[in-house]
Write a protein that binds this ligand. Structure first.
Ligand SMILES: [Zn+2]
Length: 130
């Protein structure tokens, strides 16, 4: 799945921002407390939602928005969502189609746009503060 090479989650030990690096192996590590864990199960449980699909830890980048949870795996994912929502939602022909299909419907609704943008910026700030 797109954007899954790095997933920011809440450290199970100290609750700070930890990251899961998905490469040949899947490794969870926390800079704040030094916690490290490898993922050894076979396969992943790809469920959409505010948890990572390996350790089932809550994603670090998540917030309530429009009665839903807006979440992202990492900064790149946030930037992608922002780019889409900032773009004119009405022009949906051609080029943007693949991008559109990956976002939940409520995020694409015009009347939610301001709230969605606000939530994305909030998460960007939260991440910068660490
Ligand atoms: Zn930690």
């Amino acid at each position: 799945m797109a954007f899954m090479h790095q997933i920011l989650v809440r450290c199970p030990r100290c609750e700070q921002c930890a990251d899961i690096i998905v490469h040949e192996e899947v490794r969870l590590s926390c800079l704040a407390c030094g916690y490290v864990r490898m993922y050894s199960d076979q396969g992943i449980r790809v469920e959409r939602g505010a948890y990572d699909p390996f350790f089932r830890l809550p994603l670090y980048l998540q917030t309530n928005c429009c009665g839903h949870i807006l979440w992202a795996y990492n900064q790149e994912h946030l930037a992608y969502m922002r780019q889409y929502v900032e773009a004119d939602i009405r022009t949906s022909d051609g080029a943007n189609r693949s991008m559109e299909s990956r976002l939940p419907k409520w995020m694409k609704q015009k009347h939610n746009r301001d709230d969605v943008l606000r939530a994305i910026m909030l998460l960007e700030l939260a991440y910068e503060k660490g």
